[in-house]
Design a protein around this ligand. Structure first.
Ligand code: ADP
Ligand code: MG
Length: 383
């Protein structure tokens, strides 16, 4: 990828510039916790976006996407928003940097990536973080990594029509090889935890069901409403409960008769999930991948039966993982489709991937996609 990018850059713009990169992400555990003020536990992966970038002495950006084989040129003023969707991410990062008082010179760039698009690995955050970091470095703006993550998030909100949380950009900007990062979504405090499954004899593999069921966005809003309703009921007894993640299991029990059964189950999942993130962090500090894996299964159970955001394809993959002694497996992301994330002993890897591919294809009529992931560095200058 690096060579292709640099060759194309030379052809289009000549010598010069530097190579920057950022990464997609996984989230080991901590699902549907972000909007409840709880923890998420992401890490950057070895699926990346890379860009060769050089200032061009103008007030224009000339960007070439190798993956789309398209060129796009745009100015840096608000009215210069490009028509191409991919270019809006770069334009948005420029605009959000300027809005924060940063300097942005025009530049030339050629970029490419191997984060699969729309698979739940956040290729868009990789793109934003790479450019946010590069533009910051080139112009000497000195924003901290949190600000760079927010530049990416605001780009999604203001220029790409996606109302996302901070996790994806946070993981891309803060990612470190061999570490996952526990982020408290309420306080934005974060802490690195060692995560190097390869060293302990495990691998991390995603199985992409390649389905996306319609329900997703309306169900998402309903889940949020249930959580807020449960939190409000608990707050009457315990005023310190700002978000559902602040509540204890016992406090939920106190309001069981006051709230709809459905809201109770949703809240039960969330409160359990917040605790599971903490338990996994403790386990990883002891290098205990078996406990971490067991928690992933519990999360899947909760997402499937209590939160009800799984689907037939994902439950099928989870059940197969359990049957084959995979250490941990759960649906990753919002649900109703997308990937399962699997923590698996190295010696079981080949059999599992083969069985998942064959049995899923036989049942659902299309093959799943397999992504091996290794926890890697996030936004950085490569050379
Ligand atoms: P994801 O879940 O992967 O973040 P999104 O729909 O949020 O999916 O973002 C995907 C979009 O990001 C693509 O449609 C494209 O506009 C842009 N993008 C991501 N990676 C690349 C790339 N390598 N080259 C060009 N555009 C990219
Ligand atoms: Mg995205």
């Amino acid at each position: 990828m690096k060579q292709r990018i640099q060759d194309k850059f030379k052809e289009l713009f000549g010598q010069g510039g530097h190579l920057y990169a950022s990464a997609g992400r996984i989230n080991l555990i901590g699902e549907h916790t972000d909007y409840n003020g709880g923890y998420v536990f992401p890490g950057a992966i070895d699926k990346q976006l890379m860009a060769q970038i050089a200032p061009n002495g103008t007030d224009k950006v000339r960007a070439f996407s190798l993956d789309y084989n398209e060129m796009c040129e745009f100015g840096l003023n608000e009215e210069d928003k490009p028509a191409k969707a991919w270019a809006c991410y770069i334009f948005g990062v420029c605009r959000e940097t300027l809005k924060r008082g940063g300097k942005v010179e025009g530049f030339d760039t050629v970029f490419a990536g191997d984060v699969p698009l729309g698979a739940g690995l956040s290729s868009s955050a990789a793109l934003e973080s790479c450019f946010a970091y590069a533009i910051d470095t080139i112009n000497g703006n000195g924003f901290d990594r949190f600000e760079l993550a927010k530049i990416g998030q605001s780009t999604e909100h203001n220029y790409c029509g996606v109302n996302c949380g901070i996790m994806d950009q946070f993981a891309s900007c803060f990612g470190k090889a061999g570490c996952l990062i526990r982020l408290n979504c309420k306080t934005l405090e974060y802490k690195y935890f060692p995560f190097d499954p390869e060293k302990a004899g495990y691998r991390l593999v995603l199985v992409d069901s390649c389905v996306k069921h319609e329900l997703a966005s309306s169900a998402y809003n309903k889940r949020r409403a249930s959580c807020e309703n449960a939190a409000a009921a608990i707050r009457k007894n315990h005023p310190e409960v700002e978000f559902l993640s602040d509540a204890k299991r016992l406090w939920l029990e106190e309001v069981r008769e006051e709230i709809p059964e459905e809201d109770f189950l949703r809240a039960e999942y969330v409160i359990g999930e917040v605790q599971r993130v903490l338990d996994v962090c403790d386990a990883l500090e002891r290098n205990d991948y078996e406990t971490a894996g067991e928690m992933m299964y519990q999360t899947h159970f909760g997402l499937s039966r209590l939160y009800e955001v799984s689907c037939e394809e994902l439950d099928f993959l989870n059940k197969l993982a359990r049957k084959m002694d995979v250490t941990g497996s759960r649906v990753m992301g919002g649900g109703f489709g997308g990937c399962t994330i699997n923590l698996i002993k190295k010696e079981l890897y080949d059999d599992f991937v083969k069985a998942a591919t064959e049995q899923f294809t036989a049942k659902f009529g299309h093959a799943p996609k397999i992504y091996d992931v290794v926890i890697s560095d996030g936004a950085r200058m490569v050379e």
